[in-house]
Write a protein that binds this ligand. Structure first.
Ligand SMILES: Cc1cc2nc3c(=O)[nH]c(=O)nc-3n(C[C@H](O)[C@H](O)[C@H](O)COP(=O)(O)O)c2cc1C
Length: 392
């Protein structure tokens, strides 16, 4: 069901987003989310609205080693117009090799590099969002990646956080390095590593970045949970586009709202229980297709149950059954038990969702903050920061 909201005093029509040779009509990017933004979820989101839909991240090393799971992650449906992938790596050689492989084998049309991961086991070795602090390493990775991508005119973008903490901000400096290296766009998640997913994203920092880097497309990320948030972000920061993560978890229709908003329309999707049930069942079917395995597909849908029904009056017992659903037939039965007459609940469905938590003192290698240049021992330690990683 759609509804027309009260007209805003100001209408916003944002021009298409240009990332290198690509023009993205609706300047909206689905944030890469490990374990979420696979082919199945991207398809659902795409069916609602335009934009750029990025894969989950893969590590450079796993790509170079051609691990089957990594090759699966960077696969796209044949109708994904711009095949966008995200790579995470901690050294220029491996990142360069991974980008070269993707480009030579024509596996993507756009590559994003992830410099935002806050996971302690990664940052304590100097990887993820700890990495941009070492400007020599950051420069080498970005320059190499851009060079390799440019062999086939593939635009390369970066995604990062503000810095390690408020006393160790890196984003303006990193953005200048990236601009000079020739990136096609820069996305900033307005939080520090220390904040992880807590508190609020700092949109002022995004505005500062916009001002400091007027000549490269800037994408604002953090705390966009509705089309109205997206409009506010653009109005407050002047960004060229927005990146949406947790806000679309369990709400692929948000991309419809975002497209409407950016086209100046006041139409918004307001699904009732019945529509949500249809959508999550379809999501499950697509996951089964994506993984080629019913049990695996159903294991994957379980975490989405809480997101889809967040704010809908659904009993605890039914929720727990759905959260352990073994197969499609059972899922269909459980969904039939829902009260399909319940409409859109309004406010309870809206607002923040997904990961939050509290700030944590960053885990960094001993003495990491003492120098902006990577030491030999630190270089050795970094190798482990690419093993077994998932998420940003
Ligand atoms: C479950 C989950 C997985 C994520 N995985 C990645 C990832 O693989 N790469 C990345 O750059 N960021 C990752 N992120 C961070 C998001 O892309 C985004 O920057 C962050 O959630 C802030 O945006 P939001 O407020 O719209 O959620 C992840 C976030 C979540 C919640």
């Amino acid at each position: 069901m759609t509804e027309t909201i009260a007209p805003r005093s100001k209408q916003l029509k944002l021009p298409p987003l240009n990332l290198g040779k690509h023009t993205i009509d609706v300047p909206v990017v689905l944030a890469p989310m490990a374990g979420v933004t696979n082919k199945a979820f991207r398809r659902l989101c795409r069916e609602y609205g335009g934009g750029l839909y990025v894969t989950e991240m893969v590590t450079a090393r796993s790509l170079v080693e051609r691990r089957p799971e990594s090759l699966r992650i960077i696969e796209h449906d044949s109708d994904e117009a711009i095949r966008s992938i995200q790579i995470y790596g901690v050294d220029a050689v491996n990142v360069g090799k991974a980008v070269r492989m993707v480009v030579e084998e024509d596996r993507a049309d756009h590559i994003d590099l992830n410099f935002g991961c806050p996971v302690p086991k990664v940052t304590k070795l100097g990887g993820g969002s700890a990495l941009p602090w070492k400007t020599d390493l950051f420069t080498a990775i970005v320059e190499t990646a851009v060079k390799e991508a440019s062999r086939n005119d593939i635009p390369l973008t970066i995604k990062m956080r503000k810095g390690i903490d408020e006393d160790h901000l890196t984003f303006i400096e990193s953005a200048k390095i990236a601009r000079d290296a020739g990136v096609a766009g820069i996305a900033l998640h307005g939080r520090t590593l220390e904040q992880r997913y807590s508190g609020h994203a700092d949109w002022n920092a995004i505005a500062d970045l916009r001002e400091a880097i007027p000549d490269v497309p800037i994408l604002g990320n953090g705390d966009i949970f509705s089309a109205e948030d997206a409009i506010s972000m653009v109005e407050q920061t002047g960004v060229d586009g927005i990146v949406v993560g947790r806000g679309c978890q369990g709400r692929p229709w948000l991309f419809g709202d975002l497209q409407n908003a950016f086209e100046g329309s006041e139409e918004r999707f307001r699904p009732g229980v019945s529509e949500v049930a249809d959508m999550i069942y379809r999501h499950a079917e697509l996951l089964v297709e994506t993984f080629g395995d019913e049990a695996k597909g159903l294991r994957e849908i379980r975490k989405h149950v809480a997101w889809y029904f967040h704010g809908y009056p659904v009993g605890g017992q039914l929720r727990s059954k759905m959260a352990t659903v073994p197969d499609l037939a059972s899922f269909r039965e459980y969904l039939a038990e829902l009260d399909h007459s319940i409409g859109y609940p309004g406010a309870p469905v809206e607002g923040p969702r997904g990961r939050a938590g509290s700030p944590k003192k960053p885990h960094l290698p001993q003495g990491w903050l003492d120098s902006r240049v990577l030491g030999d021992a630190e270089r050795l330690g970094l190798a482990g920061a690419e093993l077994d990683v998932s998420g940003g």
